[in-house]
Design a protein around this ligand. Structure first.
Ligand SMILES: C[S@@+](CC[C@H](N)C(=O)[O-])C[C@H]1O[C@@H](n2cnc3c(N)ncnc32)[C@H](O)[C@@H]1O
Length: 471
């Protein structure tokens, strides 16, 4: 593979004696893998949860991975051959697995969301890490999955839907707008940042063509801005993973150093991994003198707790990941185990102040009182009485669709309650998680975002259950 000259010089300077082994890795095949979707590869006994790989009765997805090498750092992930085409298999279209580069599976593992938590994936498209995070939530809690690029967000929404994710909200917003809408509401935040992509040269030769020596500095400025907003979204005691698929220090240790210097309430969490996986520590000595001075020697040394994945050391492509924690007690509103269902609106008494504030307070009080808007109905309640079929409800929903949805539930699913409140969008009915209260139905600002979307989804709420127009 022909690498840019300046890139080779830069990597030789960084890696010294190790550079030859690193450069030789470009002659090796790229690493490929799939990750079983824990939300769909259920074992026969539902009480067995999503601990699927150890079970005796293989689901269709598990049959597909039999005999393959597991990716050791990722739950339910297996290497594939470079020549295979798992994207053409019906199981892929059924959402039984997701095709994901093995190193790219590390950030979600590091973030390690627990069932019941509120999780934000800020730069999420096309959704590899979001689907992984969703599987870890096991249908509980809330996943807000966002990307700034509209076209990419459409692919993200499709992947979330194919994976059968419940309780998710897909957003197409700037981090600043999300920070204004939600505040510090998330237990876990992932920033899988746009980057110069040096770690993906073997996987995607377009990345080689697009690279130039100024790219790392350009991306670093973008990363600083995203991280500034991301910090506002992390709850006290919450965790933030920052990851890239590049090697340049200014986008990795540099971004974390600049972030920590500006956010004394965040610190690096050091994790330990089996030596045979080949993970390497971050390199504080690669900071610029300015970055090092702004952070101070003690905090700079903490950067050794970040993780570098080098293609000549791990069975995967190039990656960087940093696990950060915000100081303070984590004030969980959902249960720690997350096994209980989400509270009904009248019970959401311990909703974080940040959401309450962002939603203007009044609507939250309405929710506490059990008052509902036109789109905030549970199955079985009457819809659109006194309104002509086809007229719009309060936030762009179609009253006729709501009526057909309710008739369908009454006739075909008597007694069934959706696991959230119902929002009508076009000819679909979505059950929106109660934990998304700051976004839909309670937050006037965020509701405006959703309402102005036209046919370009700005915010799409994904259901735990979804019913088409035949409803
Ligand atoms: C490395 S990719 C994310 C890959 C994704 N996490 C996955 O696992 O499939 C980075 C993403 O950041 C998005 N992006 C770029 N600038 C952004 C910004 N300011 N805010 C949010 N997302 C942004 C890009 O559109 C791109 O989809």
């Amino acid at each position: 593979m022909a690498l840019p000259k300046e890139y080779v010089i830069m990597m030789r300077e960084l890696l010294g004696e190790e550079a030859e082994a690193f450069l030789a890795s470009y002659g090796e095949p790229k690493r490929t893998a799939i990750r079983l979707n824990g939300l769909k590869n259920q074992a026969d006994d539902p009480s067995e949860g999503s601990d699927l790989v150890e079970k005796d009765k293989p689901s269709a997805g598990r049959t597909f991975v039999q005999g393959r090498d597991p990716v050791p750092w990722a739950e339910g992930a297996y290497y594939t051959e470079e020549t295979e085409r798992p994207g053409k298999h019906p199981y892929y279209y059924a959402g039984l697995y997701y095709i994901q580069e093995p190193s790219a599976m590390l950030p979600a593992e590091l973030l390690d969301p627990q069932p019941g938590q509120r999780v934000l994936d800020l730069c999420a498209a096309p959704g590899g890490k979001s689907t992984q995070l969703a599987a870890k939530l096991r249908g509980t809690g809330l996943l807000v999955t966002n990307d700034l690029a509209t076209e990419r967000t459409k692919a993200l929404a499709e992947n979330i839907e194919r994976a059968g994710v419940g309780g998710a909200v897909v957003a197409n917003e700037s981090p600043a707008k999300l920070a204004a809408a939600f505040g510090a509401a998330f237990d876990r935040v992932l920033v899988d940042a746009p980057c110069s992509g040096e770690g993906m040269f073997r996987k995607d030769e377009d990345m080689v063509r697009q690279w130039d020596a100024k790219a790392p500095a350009r991306y670093a400025a973008m990363q600083d801005e995203i991280m500034r907003e991301a910090a506002k979204l992390v709850a006290p005691g919450g965790r933030l993973v920052y990851s890239t698929c590049t090697f340049s220090p200014v986008e990795n240790e540099g971004t974390i150093a600049r972030f920590l210097a500006a956010h004394p309430d965040f610190d690096v969490v050091t994790t330990e991994w089996p030596a045979e996986w080949g993970f390497a520590p971050g390199r504080p000595e690669w900071l610029t003198p300015e970055e090092a001075a702004a952070l101070g020697p003690d905090r700079a040394a903490r950067l050794a707790g970040t993780i570098r994945l080098w293609p000549h050391r791990v069975r995967g492509e190039g990656h960087f990941a940093a696990l950060l924690e915000r100081a303070g007690p984590l004030d969980r509103t959902a249960s720690d185990t997350g096994e209980e269902s989400a509270p009904a609106p009248a019970e959401v008494a311990e909703r974080p102040k940040a959401i309450e504030k962002a939603s203007g307070g009044a609507s939250f009080k309405d929710a506490k009182r059990g008052k509902r808007t036109a789109t905030d109905r549970r199955g079985g309640e009457a819809a659109g009485r006194g309104r002509s079929p086809g007229s719009r409800d309060g936030s762009g929903g179609d009253v006729d669709t709501m009526a057909r949805y309710e008739a369908f539930v009454q006739e075909s699913l008597p007694g069934w309650k959706p696991p959230g409140w119902i929002r009508i969008k076009g000819d679909h009915a979505y059950a929106v998680s109660e934990l998304a209260g700051g976004l839909e139905g309670t937050a006037p600002r965020a509701r405006r975002l959703a309402a102005r979307q036209g046919d370009q989804a700005s915010i799409r709420a994904f259901p735990s259950a979804r019913h088409g127009s035949q409803a």
